[in-house]
Design a protein around this ligand. Sequence first.
Ligand SMILES: [Zn+2]
Length: 279
Amino acid sequence: MTLSDEEYHKIMEIDSFDYYEAFNYFFKKEKEIGLNLKDINSNLEKLSLSPKMHELFDYIRQNKSKYDLLLLSGDIDYSIKYLLKHHNFLDLFSYMICNKAEIQDDKSERIIYVKRDQFPHDCDLCISSQCKGLELEKFLKGKKYEKILFVCDGGNDFCPAKKLMKKGDIVFPREGHRFLKRIEIEDLKNDLTCDIVPWKTGEDIINKHMVIIKESANILSEEGDLITNIKGVGKVQNFTLDDYIDGLENIVDKKLDMYQEIKNKIKKYRKAKILNGKS
Ligand SMILES: [Zn+2]
C-alpha cells in the first residue's frame, strides 16, 4: 500500500520543496490512507542503492581509518537510518546531519512526524528548511581534513560546494539530477573552485579516488628523483641547485597541508598524554 502518483506529485510541488512541509504533508496523507510504520518500513526495504554503491561502501569500509563519513541530508533521519541499516552500512557513518522524525503514536506505530530543529537561515541558495552550507560549516569547525569529497545529487547541495569546498576538493554530482541541472540552467559552474566529477555509479567515485592515491605516489617518486638528480646519480644531466629548489618548492607546496595535519595530530597526542599524566 502506498500513495498515488498524484499525491507524490503534489508533495514534490510544495513551494520550493520545503522538506519540512513536504514530509508533514506526506505523513498526513499516509495516515489518511491508513499506512503504519510497518508499511513504511516495507516500502523502504524495496528501495535499492544506486548501482555499484555497495562496492563504494565496501571500499570505504576497507579503508575506514582514512575517512570521516558524514551524511548531510534534508531527508529525515528515520528513513535514512532504516535504509542504511537494512543494507548493513549504517555503522560506516561517523556523523549524520538530517531532519528529525519521531513516532507520534508509538502504541499503534501509526505515523512519524518531522520535528523542526534546524536553525533558521538567510541563505538565498538554499530551501527554507535547511542550509547545507551552514550545516557543513558548523561541522567543519575545529576539524582539519586533507580533502573533502562530496557525493551529492540535489540542487541544495550547490551551497556547501560553493561556500566550503576549495581547490583540490572534489564534488561528485550525480548525472541527470538537480545539482548538475542547476549549474547548467543558472550558469554557476564558475562559482565553484573545487573539481567537479559527475557520477552515474559508485564505481566512478572509486576510480577517481584511485587517481588521487596515484597522485600521492607520484609525488613520492618525484621526491626520489630530486634527490638522485641533485646527487648526480639521477637520470637528468646537469641538474642545478636552482632546478632542485624549484622542484622542491613545488613538492613542498603540495605536501605542506599534509604535514601540518600530522603536526596537529602529534600536538594533540602529546597534550592528551600530559593530561593523562603519562608524560
Ligand atoms: Zn545555503
